[in-house]
Design a protein around this ligand. Sequence first.
Ligand code: DAH
Length: 340
Amino acid sequence: MREKVERILQQAQEGIAAAKSQQELESLRVSLLGKKGQLTALLRGMGELDPQERPLVGQMVNEARGQLEQLLKERRQELEARELQERLATERIDITLPGLPFPRGREHVLQATARAIERIFLSMGFSIAQGPELEWDYLNFEALNIPADHPARDMQDSFYVTDEIVLRTQTSPVQVRTMQQMTPNLPVRIIAPGRVYRRDDDVTHSPVFHQIEGLVVDQDITMGDLKGTLRAFAYRMYGPQTRIRLRPSYFPFTEPSAEVDVSCTICGGTGCRVCGETGWLEILGCGMVHPRVLKNGGYDPDRVTGFAFGLGIERVAMLKYGIDDIRLFYQNDFRFLRQF
Ligand code: DAH
């Protein structure tokens, strides 16, 4: 019996020392100490022994079991340490390797254009005002002196949500909102950038586009103030060689009204494809605020005057970069966007 136990111990010691992985070690443990293992079998066989021998043999087997458990444990720790060493060696990472390139985002060209325009007016003392994109029909049209039979008020041209609410077709209603909030304080000096909506869709028109509105109201504001402000804007935006001209025009909410051209930013005024050989580019509409609009804003048209202007951000960007299709702004094609 003693020999049997010693033989098992001896073989087990060799096996444990030779085990090359934790898996191998585990199957060894099962074959020795498991339910059907060799030592377990010895204990089972004790029934056939002389009762006097049983305690001795039992003790022997239990000692052997303790020794084996200890050996298994030590070997497992060795193997664990070795496996960790191997992993550390083979899975080493080189932290000096260059990282994966992470494409850097940038401002959208329309956002950048809007910011450039805003910066110029902010530096001239304007502040930024905002209004909702879902606007009262009254503020979008009526309060701006746009008569009920004006074509813009037709379902064909505007997105109506209800009889009274429309997706604003222009940023001009922010003029009235701002005046209503500020009256009777002076001066009013704001720009209002934002989205506007029209039933229009071709290479130069998008159903959603962006405008920046401007409004100044104070005592003794004249057309000269308007022209000086716009000229300062054009210099800053397009460079000091830029010239501007005002052409008489018509808007219901200004009187008199004008359209403003700048000398062509591409050819400098000699004539090219972008300016249609005229040397001039139309960039905005403007005028002296109509007395009725001042009144709807809560100001007394006999005591104050004002000027207003409105420009399309897409249009400014298209003329600046010679872009001929407005839809390029919205398609998010990197080949287009990353040029700016
Ligand atoms: N709201 C006009 C439009 O959408 C642009 C405009 C013209 C705004 C003249 C103004 C202005 O404030 O004075 O076409």
